[in-house]
Design a protein around this ligand. Structure first.
Ligand code: FE2
Length: 505
């Protein structure tokens, strides 16, 4: 009897100790979201419920400030604000009792002042969610290549966790695959079809929407979308637009594309980069000539984006790397690509080759050309004919993209899983010194002339009647018409059957 009692006591003690050893362990993250020019949002998961404390400071040994969110939970979210722009911080995560995770590798920086021309590096991966050696090789190639100059943030192009985007699959493919990058670089994402298996955009529910904390209310610039399914944000002098090509209506009259047009119309940044999962041009493991979502995005989203000056469009879905020439106005299937009308620059876009792709500087130059890249080979390869005529290069190669934006220059690099640079291109914004050219003039009545130009006009110059001279007539008013390429002049009365000469200063 005595010995039985001893043995029970020993067993109970052992059970209590093992519970205590498991308690309060960080089992996910931390990871960084919602980087603004004044703050950041830090997320992590613990195995048992605790309150939420971030301790932070401007050197790794002095985390002298803290932010606490009371209440017990396992999924933690702490937002820091009032940090100032372009500031570097170190941090730890824990509870009110103490620190649970944090060392000198736990750091972040706030974004530069919105609109500033600060050098910006972005790491872009697509279809990375395999949790396998291919994904790890792509990760390690980036980390080695960018070791001395890491990215400021990173973007996932969807299909982040195969096969169904479950919480357990996100743990393996995202949190266990990129732990160090997650704790240092804020992550943005768009919804892929595999993420969408377990998530619902209409209600913003499911693991994808639980894990990501994305702007709904213009928290990071742009125009409020009211949903995390599609959104925009600003970083330095770049405006980013994320669309949902899987579960949200892609109709021109749907809320997403209506918002897109309004968002772009209110944009004040010179660079515009858009991203979503289903590529408008691809001949990889998917075919943009035959698949509905890809066709919808090409036909419905691209005309809006190009009219408002998009520079670069990033997608995944095909498990390959495909990168276009400088394109405009190609909304049909691949055989309808017109090399004269749609390919604005048929070169390689490289300083060392045919020269950078050049566009006029300023905000939203209309239909001035964009590069389209498919970067869906960050976790696996799936081949394809890889012969879309819009593409300058098509590679059946694992890898990721690195974007560098510095002032009026954007450099893009495709880095394969062995660390080799397999493609580069540059977009350069240059001052537009070439004056607009008159393409036509008509007189709808005796006192008006509509003059058409080959490019969008500056409103101040275009609406000054002193800039227009018609011999024998007086020009009293000039009105810029919709689209900014036509001007309606009001003149003194013209004589029917006469010809007049118009000079524009
Ligand atoms: Fe996909």
């Amino acid at each position: 009897m005595k010995s039985f009692s001893k043995s029970v006591c020993f067993l109970v003690l052992g059970w209590v100790i093992s519970l205590s050893a498991l308690a309060q362990t960080v089992v996910r993250g931390p990871y960084l979201q919602m980087q603004t020019d004044d703050g950041i949002s830090i997320h992590w998961r613990t195995d048992t419920a605790t309150d939420s404390v971030v301790r932070y400071g401007t050197s790794p040994g002095a985390l002298t400030s803290s932010e606490t969110v009371g209440g017990l939970r396992t999924d933690h979210e702490v937002s820091l604000t009032g940090l100032g722009n372009g500031q570097q911080f170190w941090y730890s995560v824990g509870d009110s009792v103490g620190t649970l995770a944090g060392d000198s590798s736990f750091h972040f920086h706030t974004a530069p002042a919105s609109g500033s021309a600060a050098d910006t590096r972005i790491w872009v991966i697509g279809d990375s969610g395999t949790a396998n050696a291919d994904a790890r090789a792509v990760r390690d190639a980036y980390k080695a290549w960018a070791a001395s100059d890491p990215a400021d943030f990173w973007i996932m192009l969807g299909d982040n966790a195969y096969n169904d985007g479950t919480d357990a699959e996100y743990q393996a493919a995202v949190f266990d695959t990129y732990p160090e990058i997650l704790r240092q670089l804020p992550l943005w994402s768009t919804l892929g079809n595999h993420d969408g298996h377990s998530a619902d955009s209409a209600t913003q529910t499911g693991p994808y929407y639980d894990i990501f904390n994305l702007p709904r209310a213009a928290e990071v610039g742009g125009l409020a979308s009211g949903t995390e399914a599609y959104y925009s944000f600003d970083y330095a002098n770049i405006h980013f637009v994320c669309l949902d090509s899987y579960e949200t209506s892609r109709s021109p009259t749907g809320s997403m594309l209506q918002w897109l047009e309004a968002d772009l119309a209110s944009n004040t940044q010179p660079w515009v980069i858009a991203f979503w999962h289903h590529p408008p041009y691809t001949k990889g493991s998917h075919d943009s000539d035959t698949e509905g979502r890809l066709i919808d995005m090409r036909q419905n989203a691209l005309p809006i984006l190009e009219a408002w000056g998009v520079d670069l469009v990033l997608s995944g879905h095909s498990h390959s790397y495909e990168r276009s020439y400088l394109l405009d106005g190609h909304y049909g299937s691949s055989p309808t690509l017109d090399p004269v009308l749609n390919v604005l620059d048929p070169g390689d876009g490289r300083d060392t080759g045919d020269g950078a792709y050049e566009k006029p500087d300023g905000i939203a130059p209309q239909n001035a050309g964009a590069v389209y890249a498919v970067a869906g080979s960050s976790g696996k390869l799936s081949g394809g004919s890889l012969n879309h005529p819009a593409m300058f290069v098509s590679l059946n190669s694992l890898g990721s993209m690195v974007l560098d934006v510095a002032g009026n220059r954007l450099d893009a690099t495709f880095l394969d899983e062995a660390g080799a640079v397999r493609d580069t291109f540059t977009i350069l914004k240059t001052p537009d010194f070439e004056p607009p050219v008159i393409t036509g003039a008509t007189a709808p009545d005796a006192t008006h002339v509509v003059v058409s130009f080959d490019e969008a006009l500056d409103a101040v110059g275009a609406t000054d009647p002193a800039n227009y001279t018609i011999a024998g007539l007086t020009v009293s008013a000039a009105e810029l018409l919709a689209g900014d390429r036509d001007v309606r002049l009001t003149s003194s009365a013209m004589t029917s059957g006469s010809s007049y000469t118009l000079v524009v200063n």
